[in-house]
Write a protein that binds this ligand. Structure first.
Ligand code: UD1
Ligand code: CA
Length: 487
């Protein structure tokens, strides 16, 4: 892995083998559920990677092929360790330590053990835990937090002098212990040399018949080692996700964090309550985000652009000063000063040069619009190149698909195409050409020509009177005829 070999952190073990039954998910193991652009596990691993540990091992078990594949794609530096049966957090940590030992890794120094379901944990908090642990010379140091509602969490037990004596799980706790509001976050720093031995001494003597990692605190204390605790400054940072209610809570909290960062960097967020960001979204000062906007993936907002209300942009670049309203875009490039929407749909490969326009009910896919080119109304532009300064008439379609293959439409610079044109691709319209409204253009239009491709109109006089007598239409026609005769 890419980690620095001189890192003071010997290893980080991330436990992610559990099924997460409380999520009630058939599709995904708990740790792969996404929030704000990463899986729960991905958030944890990203925080850990900032610390550059010498070893990073992730314990997988339930639906391991999915989790391992995800790690391979998103975090190739992580070593995947398999826990065959989910016998508890203590067992999971033991499996990881044994796998590292089998590979000849000596755990010399601090080892952090953390769970894969705490996506709000930051690198800063992990660093603080590791530092305090080393400074105090502890055998183990647990990250704790005081929470308003400790239901479900392990409770921190302290002696009269305040020293930590152990952790009791909610299900194993007495009424008195359940009243304790200081909880176990599930993040620990261990002295590497003591870890394997402590894990080997865990029993399954508890309500769930599992090997609890939490038992290591009492084991190490009884063996005469120092047991410490670091209390998290903000209890919300250690929220463990067990069900979908907590998933939504974590998404909200992480989103608030991302919004605050954006606002402090100079972005105006008109309505934080209805604005959603992914972790990799980036921005420049004076970008304005209007209500009901979701920015996903690697979306970038350049200086002074305005996005929203009601936009969903994924992996899309918005140029400086561009105005994007009620638009859905994915892998699109919107140039400086462009105007997009309302009700535009930019699909992958839509590239709008400076000051181009994609207006109302316009869909654009795999196409380039040159500088100042405009597609103002009700059109589909697919697999096309449209030159600078060209205006596409309302309700036009590039007919790009013959049912088997896709073909390109090329329209030159400064063209004026008529309303309701069908461009049957492959087809080319030269620079400075016009096309007539209602045309079906299936042959090249040379530069400067007017392309006309439509049937001639003919009128059949008296048709309504003959075929639709007695209707309001026939009456209206008769009245108009009468007036014309008077005149
Ligand atoms: C655990 C802690 C509890 C703490 C809480 C914090 C124990 C015994 N309890 O409880 O004190 O307050 O987290 O959120 O540790 N896992 C495995 N293999 C297993 C079992 C679990 O890898 O055999 C992984 C899970 O995937 C999960 C993590 O360990 O990421 C924690 O397991 P979970 O069942 O969620 O523990 P909690 O009951 O929340
Ligand atoms: Ca949990």
């Amino acid at each position: 892995m890419s980690a620095a070999t001189d890192s003071p952190l010997a290893a980080v073990l991330v436990l992610a083998a559990g099924e997460g039954t409380r999520m009630r998910s058939k599709a995904l193991p708990k740790v792969l559920h996404p929030i704000c652009g990463r899986s729960l596990l991905g958030h944890v691993v990203a925080a850990v990677e900032e610390l550059a540990p010498r070893q990073l091992a992730v314990v997988v078990g339930h639906r391991r092929e999915l989790v391992a594949q995800h790690l391979g794609e998103a975090h190739p530096g992580a070593r995947v360790v398999v826990q065959e049966a989910q016998l508890g957090t203590g067992n999971a940590a033991r499996v990881a330590v044994e796998a590292l030992a089998a590979d000849g890794v000596v755990l010399d120094g601090t080892v952090i053990v953390t769970y894969g379901d705490t996506p709000l944990l930051t690198a800063g908090t992990l660093r603080l835990l590791a530092e305090q642990h080393a400074e105090q010379g502890n055998g183990v140091t647990v990250l704790t937090a005081h929470v308003p509602d400790p239901t479900g969490y392990g409770r921190i037990l302290r002696a009269a002098d305040g020293s930590v004596t152990g952790i009791v799980e909610h299900r194993d706790a007495t009424e008195e212990q359940r009243a304790v509001r200081e909880i176990n976050s599930g993040v620990y720093a261990f002295e590497g040399k003591l870890l394997a031995d402590a894990l080997a001494r865990i029993t399954t003597d508890n309500a769930q018949g599992e090997e609890y990692l939490t038992d290591t605190l009492e084991i190490l204390r009884t063996a005469g080692h120092r047991v410490g605790a670091v209390v998290a400054a903000d209890h919300r940072d250690i929220l463990g996700i067990n069900d979908r209610v907590q998933l939504a809570e974590a998404r909200r909290l992480l989103n608030d964090r991302l919004l605050e960062r954006a606002m402090r960097a100079g972005v105006t967020v008109v309505d934080p309550a209805t604005t959603w960001l992914d972790v990799q979204v980036s921005y420049e000062p004076d970008a304005v985000v209007h209500p009901g906007t979701r920015l996903h993936g690697t979306t970038h907002l350049a200086e002074g652009c305005e996005v929203g209300p009601d936009c969903t942009l994924t992996d899309t670049a918005v140029g400086a000063g561009a105005v994007v309203t009620a638009t859905t875009a994915e892998r699109a490039e919107i140039g400086e000063g462009c105007q997009v929407g309302p009700y535009a749909y930019l699909r992958p490969g839509a590239k709008l040069a400076r000051k181009a326009k994609a207006g109302t009910y316009v869909e654009i896919k795999n196409s380039e619009l040159g500088e100042g080119a405009k597609v103002p109304h009700l059109s589909y532009i697919g697999d096309a190149t449209i030159g600078a300064g060209t205006n596409i008439g309302a309700a036009s379609v590039t007919v790009n698909y013959d049912g088997v293959n896709k073909h390109r439409t090329v329209i030159g610079e400064h063209c004026r195409t008529g309303a309701d044109n069908m461009f049957i691709a492959p087809v080319t319209v030269g620079d400075g050409a016009y096309t007539a409204a209602g045309s079906v253009i299936d042959k090249e239009v040379p530069p400067g020509a007017l392309g006309v491709g439509r049937a001639q109109q003919r009128n059949i006089e008296g048709w309504v009177a003959r075929k639709r007598p007695g209707t309001p239409t026939a009456d209206a026609a008769a009245a108009a005829r009468g007036k014309a005769e008077e005149a």
